[in-house]
Design a protein. Structure first.
Length: 588
């Protein structure tokens, strides 16, 4: 038998193997049928210690070599214990978890790239050989399983039963206690900061890591904040437990803000009066919701949608009686997600905005009209080409809003979704270079003008690979996490350049809308049925190059386009003429 690609081996297992210790499935190899010889995999996982019982594992023939074509993925049963995703690429086989560790999308329906698979729902990427998460959203990697090919062409998989059930794993931490004097301070307890901290530890950083969070919570899944009511307990949203951070020796300071960065002294000042020294600083403070300057905006029951407390307060104010008239200001994703998730709990729901249709600036009028119909069919009303000029209250609580079109709407609650501003005011005297809007200017390593200070997430004015490295600030959670990974590796001098492909999504009344790419388009082409909201949109620049693709209920085309961009390939309008989707065959 020949051993094939599996996943990562922790250092102590490598050492044990080198000393001749028998480790069961702790060692894996990559096998190419054409080579005739197995070759050692550079990384592996799914180790079995001597103390582990074989009853914890299952080994079974899942298919024949010829059951999978080159560059193909298939899901197979492994006994009665579960399923595995088997991938054949460059003559080699890999077996790994079947579902994306973010929200459980079936990876077999995703986009298979060169050495990795991309989730069809939200664009997260996993390495085929290691199972490691390489692009986001999500925090966990996939389990990988030992694969062997017998002389008669049977593909056999050996898997830990607990891995089959969990379908996820955390990256191995290289240590549990700091053993040198270096330190990294991470400003911002969101997904970017959390990913940076985890990556530093898993990549071998042995110094002190301090994560400073202005919220009173451990890092959590911010995606669900605007989906009011999807999770009412912070424990269900938190990415990691307190024990996880303690075991990784990552110090999390909750309810504390950095008020000043003294770059020449390599120190940050905190809102509690203390100071923290650093050798390296990573800033990922994100944004603050924009609050329009209109009379009455300080009345009670007016909410922004940015953090967990916002979501909880909105839900509590809505109550269970369905007796609240709710107005949402803003036709953005945040505003529309808030309206769609709250309408069933409200007496009435009205969305107010300056555009002529929902998401019209992104998708155009035709798609916007179909979205409008979807919302109206679910009880949401709209007032277009207008905005709020005044909030009226009674005893300090909002009761109505006045619009520029002369109408007055009853409003027991007002939810604001009209944009954000960068949370970077505290950097004004830090010597860190900001752009006029407050974004932090960084290079393709996420390094600021000060060598040992990095910035990422929403605030980073960073090169975008998908747009010929044009610098932009982009507020996507997946990109924020990717920035955290890249910054951590560059703090460790791994010289990793950004390869950014923006990817975002929303779910509105059961309709999944995805978008990959960026840039201002001059025209677009729609494929599919717009009225039933089952379509793909190709957006072109003036040279008729496809700069972005959006879809509704047409997975995995957006993930396929994202992978195409990641590989540095281009698509033009002329390439869509005979078959609009022929290009999907060129992403491997």
């Amino acid at each position: 038998m020949f051993l094939l690609n599996s996943c990562r081996i922790v250092n102590k297992v490598v050492k044990s193997f080198a000393q001749g210790t028998k480790m069961g499935s702790s060692y894996s190899r990559s096998y190419s049928p054409n080579s005739g010889q197995p070759k050692n995999s550079s990384e592996s996982h799914g180790t079995i210690s001597q103390a582990e019982s074989s009853s914890q594992y299952i080994e079974s023939v899942v298919c024949k070599v010829n059951d999978i074509k080159e560059n193909e993925m298939k899901v197979f049963d492994i006994g009665e214990e579960g399923k595995v995703l088997v991938v054949k690429q460059k003559g080699e086989f890999n077996a790994l978890g079947t579902k994306c560790t973010h929200y459980g999308a079936p990876l077999v329906s995703g986009a298979l790239g060169n050495g990795r698979v991309r989730c069809p729902w939200h664009g997260a990427c996993f390495n085929l050989k290691t199972g490691d998460i390489e692009d986001f959203p999500g925090f966990d990697s996939l389990p990988c399983y030992q694969v062997t090919v017998t002389k008669n062409g049977e593909v056999k998989v050996r898997a830990k039963i607990s891995d089959l059930k969990s379908n996820k794993r955390s990256k191995d931490m290289s240590m549990v206690s700091a053993c040198d004097e270096s330190s990294v301070v991470i400003v911002g307890g969101g997904p970017s900061g959390a990913t940076c901290a985890e990556t530093l530890r898993s990549e071998g950083f042995k110094g002190r890591i301090t994560l400073v969070s202005k919220e009173n919570y451990l890092p959590y899944d911010r995606i669900k904040v605007s989906k009011i009511g999807t999770a009412t307990a912070i424990e269900k949203l938190q990415a990691r437990s307190l024990e996880y951070y303690q075991n990784a020796n990552i110090e999390v300071l909750k309810g504390v803000e950095v008020t000043k960065v003294i770059s020449n002294a390599q120190t940050v000042e905190l809102s509690n009066g203390s100071k923290l020294p650093y050798n390296y600083l990573y800033i990922a403070t994100g944004c603050t919701p924009y609050i329009p300057d209109i009379p009455g905006i300080d009345l009670q029951n007016i909410f922004t949608v940015r953090n967990f407390d916002d979501s909880v307060n909105i839900l509590k104010t809505l109550g269970y009686e369905k007796d609240k008239d709710v107005v949402v200001l803003g036709l953005s994703f945040i505003g529309l997600e808030s309206a769609s998730s709250c309408v069933s709990k409200a007496k009435s729901m009205t969305v107010v905005g300056k555009d002529t249709v929902p998401l019209g600036q992104i998708f155009g009028k035709e798609i916007g009209q179909s979205l409008q119909t979807l919302f109206e069919d679910n009880g949401v009303k709209f007032h277009f080409e207008t905005t709020i000029t005044k909030c009226n209250g009674n005893n300090g609580v909002i009761k109505s809003v006045e619009l520029t079109n002369g109408k007055t709407l009853p409003a027991d609650m007002l939810i604001l979704g009209v944009g954000t501003t960068f949370y970077t005011e505290f950097l004004r005297d830090s010597n860190i270079t900001l752009n006029p809007k407050g974004g932090v200017i960084v290079n393709d390593k996420l390094q600021t003008n000060i060598k040992n200070i990095f910035a990422g997430g929403d605030i980073a004015y960073a090169p975008v690979y998908a747009l010929e490295n044009t610098p932009m600030t982009i507020g996507h959670v997946g990109l924020a996490q990717y920035h955290g990974l890249v910054a951590a590796k560059n703090i460790l001098n791994k010289d990793i350049s950004l390869r950014t492909v923006p990817y975002f999504w929303t779910m509105l009344f059961g309709k999944s809308i995805r978008y990959a790419g960026c840039g201002k388009s001059s025209s677009f082409q729609i494929e599919g049925d717009v009225k039933s909201l089952k379509f793909v949109i190709f957006f072109f620049n003036e040279a008729e190059k496809v700069i972005s693709v959006a879809s509704c209920m047409r997975d995995p085309v957006v993930s396929q386009f994202a992978e195409l961009l990641y590989q540095g390939k281009s698509l033009y309008k002329k390439d869509l003429k005979d078959d609009p989707f022929a290009w999907t065959k060129n992403i491997n």
